[in-house]
Write a protein that binds this ligand. Sequence first.
Ligand code: TEU
Ligand code: CA
Length: 553
Amino acid sequence: MKRKWWKESVVYQVYPQSFMDSNGDGFGDLRGLIEKLDYIKELDANVIWLCPVYLSPKADNGYDICGYRDISPEYGTLDDMRLLIEEMHKRNMKLLMDLVVNHTSDEHPWFIQSRSSRTNPYRDYYIWRDGKNGAGPNNWTSFFGGDAWAWDEHTNQYYLHLFSEKQPDLNWENPAVRQEVYDIMKFWLDLGVDGFRMDVINLISKVPGLPSDGDPAHPAFGGRYFMNGPRIHEYLQEMNRAVFSGRNVMTVGEMPGVTVELAKLYTGEDRGELNMVFQFDLMELDGPKISPTPLNLQAFKDTVVKWQFGLSENGWNSIYLGNHDQPRQVSRFGNDRDYHDESAKMLCTLNMTLQGTPFVYYGEELGMTNAGFTTIGQYRDIETLNLYRDALANGKNEQEILDALAKRSRDNARTPMQWAPVLNAGFTSGKPWLSVNPNYTKYNVETEQNDPDSVLQYYKKMIRLRRSIPTLIYGKFVPVDCQNPYIFSYLRELDGCIIWVLLNFSESQQAYKSPENISNTFYIYGNYQATPTAKIENLLRPYESIVQYVSLT
Ligand code: TEU
Ligand code: CA
């Protein structure tokens, strides 16, 4: 396996409008992020993934772009971006831009041209079709609910939008579209960015003919016809040749519906496609957003093992449990009521000791939790508001819907960063665009920097361990005690150096089996202060995590 800087990195994901507001308008901005670079550097994260800051009407918080070479005014200017890049490079940090090119905003000049007439040169930049029986040409549905086709009465045709109506899909079959995207990417690389996170990049190739999803047993979602389509590898290899050749960039493709087998193709070292992908298998174990179910740890463990084994020889994993689309990990996979700190630290230990590049989502390092919203008026996210509207229309009980959203709405992970136990958590001097979580008085940077046992201090230590021990980066993953329903236990092995990780995912003390022929253990770190019970009776305390060297006979 080749050693690469992006395999040895830890990435910090910034949702810019929630991170730091420097001018009191209630919105985070680039100057605010620049002010906080030393904080991220101190965490020892060396890469920042910046969610979109391009010109956008913000129908989907920036994932609807109407100007790819411009910065949305509420974030600042292109000069602010140049300053951010300069300040990051001074600190030996690298910047991943979020590239959203499966679709644009409907306010992009390309779409305004395209919808103006059927003969406009930009018509084929998008996917227009005649209707069928008074509806769209097939039965695909949008990720945000409803039909994936919008009627345009000016030219009497439908256009495809896999997300909101204000996010028309680009037609990647059109070589002019692909060339435009490559030019945009080169513009940003020439400005100094170090790579891209690519939004739903495995949706850009649709099955020709755009067939309806005919299988009545299969939800009329169409995913089989627009995920990992027939030309996806051709497009990614063309992009790689056109944009990345000769450059030392990092690329991660967000891929709803990707499998291990496909990820081997997308990330294989000699494939000339991407460095890594975001897979969704761990995000789909606890039911749909509108009707969440309890997590099954065995399924969770089996899924992690599948991906660790799957990409162990060729390819590379990304490791994440949260981001701007998912609820806060300590609320979803831990226990933010009775074992907040222990479970937040335990989850950090998992993320920092698997094979693959770890992604830390802003605030995760503080143990930030779900928002605790109780009324629909507190939410801002288009996906959430559509889910609420559609579920109500389908006769679902409102309280049940609100309970589900409180668990799984994307806004749970978009509340403002909690900097200090002061007004608005120190995020803004104005009115925050989304309410600050009331627990900011407890979970915030200032308080946790002064507490040696805080989640933040644990993250700093674990990230440093991760980045300083090659076994934790490149070591072979060997699961242990695989059928234990409460404990996740595994070894990492490299050149004779063996590290054993023990994680209790339950709120009670649990026993576990040791690997064969262990002769001695040397404790490195863990989330309980006293001597770990593991040394004494093979027991782990609630949500206990332990990282230790082992020697085998
Ligand atoms: O997300 C795509 C995506 O799959 C998510 O919308 C996910 O399916 C949904 O939130 C349920 O978890 C990317 C961006 O990360 C997201 O913020 C955008 O809304 C979306 O694409 C459209 O650009
Ligand atoms: Ca601002």
